[in-house]
Design a protein around this ligand. Structure first.
Ligand code: NAP
Length: 252
């Protein structure tokens, strides 16, 4: 079977892998969920949109003769990671994740760790604050039950519908972000607390460093449970893993 890599993307790390794969002339397809209006261009063929659950992904793997799957999705894209795990198991396809270590607090950081978004919402009960909500579009309206705060929403695209948060400012921007720019952003909007997911990696770390520099508290949402798979930290490690796992005829 010829090698044909499927990269599940949507992250800075996935884009770095696409460039490494292109420079090494490997056959690969990059997959986007299709949530963003103008996704970042990639140096390899790209497809967009859901596969239709684990069965849909298994069918895609078979129909496109995918030899390996690299799950380079965001650590909070747990549904996709579990789907990839199941589809690869069903089709006997080698799977590895390109992951990044979670961020950890350093001395003098004031982080409150919460297990999920619902807990982040609950912990915001109390006096009105100016809150940086760096969570993306999907869960911002969960914070409407704490309407006393002014929320600064950083989103990749301008929202099609007005957010359900009575007091908010939308900042349209796409990572990777810069720490000095994030410090300036937090000062400009007089941010008092930052709410974010523990994404790890470098592309989104600027907000953590900016909060650190300004002595701001962070409500840090911890990662969801992900399947057990080979976990690789760099594009180079993925290329080495591919060499160690040559494409084989698919089992039935
Ligand atoms: P999710 O909840 O894990 O996935 C929901 C569904 O979206 C999946 O079941 C799948 O649909 C589809 N999907 C997700 N990633 C896909 C991909 N790379 N290619 C094709 N279909 C995909 O995912 P999410 O949290 O909504 O994230 C969506 C995308 O945004 C991911 O690619 C992720 O890397 C990126 N992203 C997410 C976050 C975050 O905080 N969650 C942050 C930055 C970037 P089907 O079941 O129909 O196949």
């Amino acid at each position: 079977m010829t090698q044909h890599l499927l990269i599940l993307g949507g992250t800075t790390e996935a884009s770095a892998l696409a460039h490494a794969v292109a420079s090494n002339d490997l056959k690969a397809t990059f997959s986007y969920a299709g949530r963003v209006a103008n996704p970042k261009a990639q140096p390899i063929p790209t497809r967009e949109g859901g596969f239709g659950g684990p069965q849909g992904l298994a069918a895609y793997i078979r129909n496109h003769n995918i030899s390996h799957v690299i799950d380079a999705t965001h650590p909070f894209a747990a549904q996709m990671s579990w789907n990839a795990f199941e589809a690869c198991r069903a089709t006997d396809t080698p799977l590895a994740a390109l992951t990044r270590p979670a961020w950890t607090p350093v001395e003098n950081d004031t982080w409150q760790l919460v297990p999920d978004i619902a807990h982040a919402v609950a912990i915001l009960q109390g006096e009105a604050k100016r809150v940086m909500l760096a969570l993306g579009r999907l869960h911002m309206n969960d914070f409407a039950v704490q309407p006393q705060h002014h929320y600064v929403l950083r989103l990749v695209d301008a929202p099609e519908e007005t957010p359900a948060l009575p007091n908010h400012t939308v900042v349209v921007a796409r990572g990777p972000f810069d720490v000095d720019e994030d410090i300036a952003l937090f000062k400009e909007h007089a941010v008092e607390v930052v709410v974010c997911k523990n994404a790890g990696g470098t592309g989104a770390a600027a907000k953590i460093q900016a909060a650190r520099a300004l002595g701001l508290p962070v409500i840090m949402i911890e990662r969801p449970k992900l399947p057990a798979r080979a976990e690789l930290a760099t594009p180079k490690a993925v290329l080495e893993w591919l060499t160690a796992h040559p494409a084989t005829e698919r089992g039935v």
